[in-house]
Design a protein around this ligand. Structure first.
Ligand code: HXC
Length: 515
């Protein structure tokens, strides 16, 4: 064969392989409002940056007439490319080929690209669109999943791991995304569940649609399994590109610095946002925007456990992880979900050397039988653990209430915040003035001629004494009480001087967080 004919043979083989499951299956995919696997990769990566590998891999199964079937690329596309000019490894399951089901060679392709990502220290992105374990391949499919989960665990905290759910992701298959750092879902397209509606109906007699059981909104709002919700695949890809402007490429690198721009104080001026009345709620995201570079704030898990806000902002061009109570939702209390949400984010920031800024305004942990029985003790402890364990620079600002366990948990100096600042509006105490007065002055109130007037007097007395930042400042638990207008100045200075912070913990294999 001449070089020319060998080249055309290669081209023929390639064009056959990239057809995936063929025209009918592709049409079905597109009619469901979904892109094909290859189009997804091309839409996500920088223009013309994608290089594909293992295009000619074929399955090795024999049973159930599998030896008579050829599955293009064995239902998954793998390769490397760039996003924002930086290298990444990627795989995308191709639903048009045997429903993107995962057999032995399919899994081998995924684990091979994951191994590349770990060796090259670049992020790994997995686009999931699959009917799960390839039923015909039995235990080999299960082995494939196990190999993926193991690598997800090894890669955790070393390289960013992104899961994009663009179709079904069912059964044990959901555990790879669950082990990764950021899960992206798209309305009407993503479906994630351990057991589907049919099984639920058979076993429990309950009827539920796939969307109501494990659709995008369910995971973005109710379960917290998803970190980002989009209404189209393109919007989802734009979110991923945005995220990559904030996070480092691996745990030894820093995110690219951005040009420093001051906050847009015309729209976000602290003094206009922060209410004069201490009982009026406000949106803490506006406070973040009033101090961050260019007033940018990239929020994560916006729709779930909204009583705590997490995300990235920049100060002096560098990424900072923000954890903030949200007074607009449940007065910003800590509960099971908000503790989980914040704790995982803190551990991500710590693993990737992203400094933390904590904004505090909360009445404490949410009381109630539901919370107690849902394990608020165990979940709440995750937050204490995560903040205590984190060795990145930790800056805390107390805006208003910092009561009880909430004061300690929100990165107080006792959990080794490097700098704790407080506005003059801060109230730091064991509990709110009314609750406190009712307990410590109970006798005086009960025996008074006018109990209500006495209660009011005692509440006022308690407020005067404790509902301010100065008692904590007198003990040095707060480093500075600062004016609102000076907030950005103090934060940027604290971050600048903390740059070479190093902390050494006890020599141990690892701690045992209350997972
Ligand atoms: C083999 C599969 C498959 C699978 C789909 N297909 N899932 N082949 N193994 N798991 C094939 C179909 O036979 C069909 O092939 C093609 O993919 C498209 O599937 P359809 O059913 O026609 O598509 P659709 O109607 O859109 O339905 C999608 C679906 C459904 C909801 C995902 O296919 C489905 O329920 N699949 C099974 C899901 C499941 O129970 N998976 C196992 C989960 S347990 P043809 O040749 O007709 O085009 C699991 C354990 C993992 O994953 C444990 C890890 C620890």
């Amino acid at each position: 064969m001449s070089l020319k004919s060998k080249t055309s043979d290669l081209r023929r083989r390639m064009s056959e392989a990239i057809k995936g499951g063929g025209d009918v299956a592709i049409e079905k995919q597109v009619s469901m409002g979904k892109m094909t696997a290859r189009d997804r990769i091309i839409a996500l990566l920088d223009d013309k940056s994608f290089f594909e590998y293992d295009l000619f891999v074929e399955h090795a199964a024999k049973d159930f007439d599998m030896d008579k079937k050829r599955l293009a690329g064995d239902g998954v596309i793998t390769g490397t490319g760039t996003i924002n000019g930086h290298p990444i490894c990627i795989y995308a399951q191709d639903f048009t080929v045997a429903g993107g089901s995962l057999g032995y060679m399919h899994a081998r392709k995924i684990t091979k690209i994951m191994d590349h990502a770990m060796r090259l220290k670049v992020p790994i992105i997995g686009i999931n669109d699959s009917g799960g374990a390839r039923i015909q391949e039995g235990v080999n499919s299960l082995a494939g999943y196990g190999e993926i989960f193991y690598r997800n665990t090894l890669a955790s905290g070393v390289i960013p791991q992104i899961s994009v759910i663009l179709g079904p992701c069912a059964g044990g298959a959901v555990y790879s995304p669950a082990l990764t750092d950021f899960v992206f879902v798209v309305e009407n397209i993503s479906k994630m569940f351990i057991t589907g509606p049919e099984v639920i109906k058979t076993v429990l007699g309950e009827e539920i649609s796939m969307e109501a059981l494990g659709g995008a909104r369910v995971h973005a709002e109710t379960t917290g399994n998803a970190h980002f919700f989009a209404t189209s695949e393109q919007e989802c890809f734009d979110q991923i590109k945005d995220l990559f402007t904030y996070i480092p490429w691996n745990n030894k690198k820093k995110a690219d610095p951005f040009p420093v721009k001051p906050p847009q104080t015309k729209n976000f001026k602290i003094q206009n946002i922060f209410p004069a009345d201490p009982t009026t709620p406000y949106d803490v995201r506006d406070i973040i925007r009033s101090v961050s570079d260019n007033s940018d704030f990239f929020e994560i898990q916006e729709l779930w456990a909204a009583n705590i806000v997490i995300g990235y902002a920049r100060f002096n061009g560098e990424t900072v992880g923000i954890v903030a109570n949200q007074p607009m939702v449940l007065a910003g209390v800590l509960d099971v979900d908000s503790s989980d949400k914040a704790a995982r984010f803190i551990r991500y920031c710590d693993a990737f050397n992203i400094p933390l800024l904590t904004l505090v305004d909360l009445p404490g942990y949410l009381p109630g039988v539901d919370q107690e029985h849902a394990g608020v003790i165990r979940h709440g402890a995750k937050l204490l653990y995560a903040f205590s364990e984190a060795t990145v620079p930790k800056i805390t600002l107390i805006l208003r209430k910092a009561y009880g366990g909430g004061y300690i948990a929100m990165c107080s100096s006792h959990l080794r915040a490097d700098f704790v600042f407080a506005w003059p509006t801060a109230e730091i105490a064991v509990m709110g003035p009314t609750g406190a007065a009712n307990i410590i002055f109970r006798k005086e109130i009960m025996t008074a001629e006018n109990p209500d007037a006495m209660r009011e007097k005692m509440v006022e007395e308690y407020k005067q004494k404790y509902a301010n930042p100065y008692v904590a400042a007198a003990y040095g638990y707060i480093d500075s009480v600062i004016e609102l207008k000076d907030t950005r100045k103090f934060i940027t200075h604290a971050l600048d001087i903390s740059e070479s912070k190093t902390v050494t913990h006890f020599d141990r294999k690892h701690g045992i967080p209350p997972f």
